[in-house]
Design a protein around this ligand. Structure first.
Ligand code: AMP
Ligand code: MG
Length: 250
């Protein structure tokens, strides 16, 4: 049993860019980071000793798929794979909640990105009151154990919570409603994200507090430029810290 965790209160964490950051500078730095990430991913693949799993979570419209496109898609698609997790299929629902996750874990040399993940199986049933607090605790403990196991077996795990506030979500939903190319997303975001805002925030606070054997990065995501730069920088720092080497030619 892990010791009692300090509760995370999202209202006390700003979703806006840190004071010193400004848009123009961050955008310039992001394009430098893209070049670096491209090279680092090549070395990561060649090195072949490590794998990397990037988990993106956040309330509807927080920018999970935007982060993949604008922060990470600079890497070679041959070494990068993205998977999104929706409502479990009939087959998936017959299994333990981690069953559908395992086939998507990255092998050595690869970087895999999850748009939603095993955390949905805590968040959604918490909001819809389909699990008890005791069952939720068990799932959190299991996730802590499993993620630590992944790390010990050579998979780096970077977890991001994309933090936006209610006003920003309202604006993004309004934009989805207006823009013809975004309208198909509207109904879902409106129903789930906005209607249950408070419940999702609470559920996220529980997850951020209790599932942190592998730490969470809480990203200020009200501004897309800030979110993209912050995520790309953490991924870059992780890859640099992996002390990658090109193998000798055979
Ligand atoms: P989207 O990311 O917009 O494609 O939406 C995916 C939807 O699937 C969201 O409403 C999620 O809450 C839902 N979803 C993902 N995983 C689960 C899960 N394990 N249980 C229930 N709903 C889920
Ligand atoms: Mg999405």
């Amino acid at each position: 049993m892990r010791s009692k965790q300090t509760m995370i209160h999202l209202d006390r964490i700003s979703p806006d860019p840190p004071k010193r950051w400004e848009k123009k500078g961050a955008k310039e730095k992001l394009s430098e980071l893209h070049k670096e990430l491209f090279k680092l991913q090549n070395k990561f693949f060649a090195d072949g000793r490590h794998a990397l799993l990037i988990i993106l979570q956040g309330i509807d419209t927080a920018g999970k798929s935007g982060t993949i496109r604008h922060a990470l898609m600079c890497m070679n698609p041959l070494g990068l794979r993205a998977t999104s997790f929706g409502v479990p299929t009939t087959e998936e629902a017959k299994h333990d909640f981690l069953w559908r996750i395992f086939p998507h874990l990255p092998p050595k040399g690869m970087i895999h990105v999850f748009d939603r993940s095993h955390y949905e199986d805590i968040l959604v049933p918490t909001v819809t009151k389909k699990i008890t607090a005791a069952e939720r605790e068990k799932r959190c403990e299991l996730i802590n154990t499993v993620e630590q196991h992944w790390v010990r077996s050579g998979i780096g795990v970077l977890k991001f919570y994309l933090h936006i506030d209610r006003e920003e979500q309202k604006e993004r939903i309004a934009a989805r409603k207006k823009e013809p190319l975004k309208q198909w997303k509207y109904a879902k975001a409106d129903n789930v994200g906005a209607k249950h805002w408070d419940q999702y925030r609470k559920a996220y606070e529980l997850v951020l507090t209790n599932c942190n054997a592998v730490k969470w990065n809480i990203i200020p995501a009200n501004k897309r430029w800030c979110r993209n730069y912050a995520v790309a920088k953490i991924v870059r720092d992780h890859l640099v810290g992996s002390k990658l080497k090109y193998p000798r030619s055979k």
